[in-house]
Design a protein around this ligand. Structure first.
Ligand code: ACO
Length: 323
């Protein structure tokens, strides 16, 4: 029904990164496609970004906080260990009760949150949901490790979903086809923990810890897992790749996006790319990219949109959505 996004005020360019670690604009652009990232400053947290994105999504949907009875927020960088950041968002928006919880699936968090919210709406547990991806990965980066700190950024994106029981959804969106989530698939493989993880936590070190990653190995798994899950969802939905208007991928690395599109024989013109300006914002990256493409007029009501992501765990997933 609507979407919104929010970014921190401060932009950090590759040139600025090169003043912090031994790197260069050329290396970062060539290996990743990233040119800049947004980094949260004082007073900016995962919840403040999530609240701003949620407000923008509600306004876009023409709704108020009182219309929302479900908030699912995907994050690996919550404000506090508990309570869930979703409950902070609920309170700040002024929602009148309902369900609110966080989902932890790192970069795939938004896909996990979307599928969970869809299930709760489909089974009548709620009527209207805010699904949010929000992160401040800058707070878990090792700023002396050039192999990881150049890759990530902060931000938030949100969408509003309405229960499929609302029969007038197609009319509201101005299209003939009924909007909704047509097919979804989620996966996890805990055996790959050591390739991408944070080396701290409340129950282990009692510290927040830092992100650790074996990048080239993650890259190889990402291309294989993502092309498999995309094929699975396309087949499940009974559509052909040609019918898909847009792919909104997790924005980790331009080379992963290109390789995945090539494997599916989907033209790069139909892939939404924001990694150049946002870098990898983990769970926020898919809704941020989606909102960017809706607001600039590329994604329109009636379009068939394929979202996908993979992240630490490993976890990965995809959803095919009629907008
Ligand atoms: N600046 C300059 N040089 C660097 C930097 C840097 N920031 N980082 C690493 N290097 C050096 C390395 O030390 C290495 O030097 P050496 O050859 O002297 O040892 C050289 O560059 C090549 O390093 P590789 O790690 O082999 O480079 P690669 O081409 O694989 O690119 C990258 C690294 C960008 C991390 C890539 O592997 C990648 O994108 N992997 C996916 C990881 C990812 O996106 N994870 C996010 C979460 S999971 C997901 O979202 C899918």
């Amino acid at each position: 029904m609507g979407s919104g996004s929010a970014l921190p005020k401060r932009v950090v360019t590759n040139a600025e990164m090169a003043t912090m670690v031994d790197t260069s604009d050329e290396w970062i652009v060539e290996r990743t496609g990233i040119r800049q990232r947004y980094i949260a400053g004082e007073g900016e947290t995962t919840s403040t970004l999530a609240i701003a994105a949620a407000k923008a999504a509600l306004e876009d949907a023409g709704l108020t906080a009182g219309d929302i009875d479900l908030i699912v927020l995907a994050t690996a960088t919550p404000d506090n260990t508990f309570p869930a950041t979703a409950t902070k968002v609920q309170h700040a928006l002024g929602c009148n009760g309902g369900i609110a919880f966080d989902v932890a699936a790192v970069c795939s968090g938004f896909l996990y949150a979307l599928t969970t919210a869809d299930s709760l709406l489909s089974t009548g547990k709620a009527k209207r949901a805010l699904v949010i991806g929000a992160e401040t990965f800058s707070r878990i980066l090792d700023w002396e490790d050039r192999t990881t700190c150049v890759l990530f950024g902060d931000g938030a994106g949100a969408i509003v979903l309405e229960s499929p029981d609302s029969s007038d959804l197609a009319e509201k969106s101005g299209t003939k086809a009924q909007p909704g989530i047509i097919a979804s698939s989620l996966h996890a493989d805990g055996a790959q923990h050591d390739l991408l993880y944070v080396d701290g936590g409340p129950s282990t070190t009692q510290t927040v810890g830092h992100l650790r990653m074996r990048g080239p190995e993650v890259f190889k798994h990402a291309v294989v897992n993502l092309s498999n899950v995309l094929k699975e969802v396309i087949e499940d939905a009974g559509v052909s790749a040609d019918e898909i208007d847009w792919i909104v991928p997790h924005q980790a690395n331009k080379r992963i996006l290109d390789a995945t599109a090539r494997k599916l024989k989907i033209s790069p013109d139909r892939v939404i790319v924001t990694v150049d300006s946002h870098a990898n914002t983990s769970a926020a990256s898919v809704p941020l990219a989606f909102d960017t493409a809706r607001k600039d007029g590329r994604i329109k009501a009636g379009d068939l949109v394929l979202m996908e992501a993979m992240g630490g765990g490993f976890t990965w997933g995809a959803s095919l959505i009629r907008i």
